[in-house]
Design a binder for this molecule. Structure first.
Ligand code: AMP
Ligand code: MG
Length: 487
């Protein structure tokens, strides 16, 4: 077999660093006393052309802690801004550095970033560090999202630093290696619009088009096309989150990637009991980022992007606003259409009709009233012959069951489209109590349960013999459960 070894090596390039200097600060990662590789993603490494790293964990720990720069690295912290809970702030990578863009064996360009690698000019009052607990949490959930088929940044490794990080009490510190199509955010555009020249905003826009939306480059109005494309990608993303019960938790504009990959796994969590108001984040007291509020928040964030792009959409401000408004006004329609399409698939409705929307709406109302488990109900429905499970057997579901059954007979069938259901209804999700259990054990030094869970979550649509055991949520666990930012 002919292999080309040159494709399996560090192949770092730096197109982002060719942007005007206002968009970043050169910043080396801070050395750490005792780097140790605790988690390494062999599959991702192989895909990146970095599979050779697994052979030498010691030197890999050096590279992926920032103690030693890989060949060709040019570390920098990116500048950005963002609306955090609705308030505009100047930000930037306060605890991360971009090493460069790895060119993988297929020729894709992937950002390699170290997160938790020390202070930068954008750290404000932060220490630039991260805890092992939260970096392992990001690793686990981002990989689970990837295997659920949802666009996301990924995690290549977690390296503990041998240093303590203080968050009320001392914790073990760690660095996560994050990969992404890029780390350009809606907040990067806000930064350009508010703190840079029009020329610099143009440079960022052209760069983004060239790198992520090359087919829009030659459009009559590229900035407007960029806005549309970003909005459509984000609609698909939020529909995917709603499909599996994912709550991002901190949907600030700096945490929305321009490529619509899920990014920034701080206070995220999965919903067990169906309730649109579900919130786990300790700081989200108003429920701004509650499960059911995610679609309008995504729309709000896209409006912020529109605002940043206005001068490039048209030199005539009124015209620019009118054009951008027209795009934003399309959000609701597009979202609703795609969301129902997704829900029809969850219900195995292969030939949906408009009246089936009521079937979806009624089911969700019933689930909310009866506190049904969002994941379990759709699995129970796959046993379509008789109502299966506690919820579907309630008296209140009787009518609904009949109406749902009627949707199967279209096209001459007598059952739901099971293969469709199988591709959209996960059998396993990262249940909060599992995630916490394996993390507690992992930070005490035993990675075995963590790795076992990771393995289970790598085939969410596959058969799992112990399935039921995973679905049971300890009573009251979620009621007490809190998640955190910046840990
Ligand atoms: P996040 O809530 O994780 O999206 O972070 C919001 C902003 O705070 C980003 O600019 C982060 O880089 C910064 N940040 C979060 N934690 C720290 C930290 N420990 N030290 C410095 N900056 C931080
Ligand atoms: Mg962030």
């Amino acid at each position: 077999m002919h292999t080309n070894d040159k494709k399996h090596d560090w192949r770092l390039e730096h197109t982002y660093a060719k942007l005007p200097a206002v968009f970043f600060s050169a910043q080396a990662p801070m050395p750490v006393p005792k780097p140790e590789l605790v988690c390494f993603n062999e599959g991702l490494a192989e895909a990146l052309g970095l599979g050779f790293l697994k052979k030498d964990p010691e030197s890999t720990a050096n590279f992926l802690s920032g103690n030693q720069l890989p060949k060709g690295a040019q570390p920098l912290a990116q500048a950005y801004a963002g609306h955090q809970f609705g308030h505009f702030n100047r930000l930037g990578d306060g605890r991360a550095v971009l090493l460069g863009e790895q060119i993988d064996p297929l020729g894709n360009r992937i950002d390699i970033q170290l997160k938790g690698s020390g202070q930068t000019p954008y750290s404000r009052r932060g220490d630039g560090k991260a805890t092992q607990y939260s970096m392992l949490r990001e690793y686990l959930i981002s990989e689970a999202m990837y295997h659920l088929g949802i666009p996301t940044t990924r995690s290549l490794a977690v390296v503990t630093t041998g240093e303590k990080v203080f968050r009320e009490k001392p914790h073990d510190g760690a660095v996560l290696t994050r990969t992404a199509a890029s780390h350009i955010r809606i907040g990067t555009f806000e930064y350009a619009r508010n703190f840079c020249t029009i020329e610099e905003l143009k440079a960022l826009t052209n760069y983004t088009l060239e790198r992520h939306y090359p087919d829009k480059k030659e459009a009559a109005n590229p900035a407007l096309e960029l806005l549309k494309a970003v909005m459509h990608e984000h609609i698909d993303l939020v529909v995917d989150w709603m499909r599996v019960g994912f709550i991002h938790g901190v949907l600030n504009t700096d945490n929305m990637s321009i490529t619509a990959e899920t990014i920034d796994y701080g206070p995220c969590a999965f919903m067990n009991t169906y309730d649109r108001k579900t919130v786990f984040s300790s700081i989200d007291r108003q429920g701004r980022y509650a499960f059911g509020n995610q679609p309008p928040i995504v729309q709000w964030n896209v409006t912020v992007l529109a605002n940043a792009l206005l001068p490039l959409i048209s030199e005539n401000r009124d015209q620019a606003i009118a054009l951008a408004q027209e795009v934003i006004d399309g959000f609701q329609y597009k979202f609703t259409e795609r969301w129902y399409r997704m829900m029809f698939a969850k219900l195995g409705i292969a030939h949906p009709e408009d009246k089936d929307k009521k079937v979806v709406d009624t089911l969700l109302e019933l689930m909310e009233t009866h506190k049904a488990d969002y994941t379990q109900v759709f699995l129970d429905l796959q046993q379509y012959e008789q109502p299966h499970g506690r919820f579907l057997n309630t008296e209140a579901c009787k009518d609904w069951w009949k109406r749902w059954k009627e949707t199967h007979t279209r096209g001459g069938g007598n059952k739901p489209d099971l293969s469709l259901m199988n591709t959209v209804n996960p059998k396993v999700i990262p249940r909060n109590h599992w995630v916490e259990n394996v993390l507690e054990t992992a930070i005490k030094g035993d990675m075995k349960p963590f790795n076992e869970l990771l393995e289970i979550l790598s085939t969410p649509y596959g058969e799992h013999p112990d399935e039921l055991q995973f679905q049971q949520v300890p009573a009251d666990f979620d009621a007490q459960y809190q998640t955190f930012c910046g840990t």
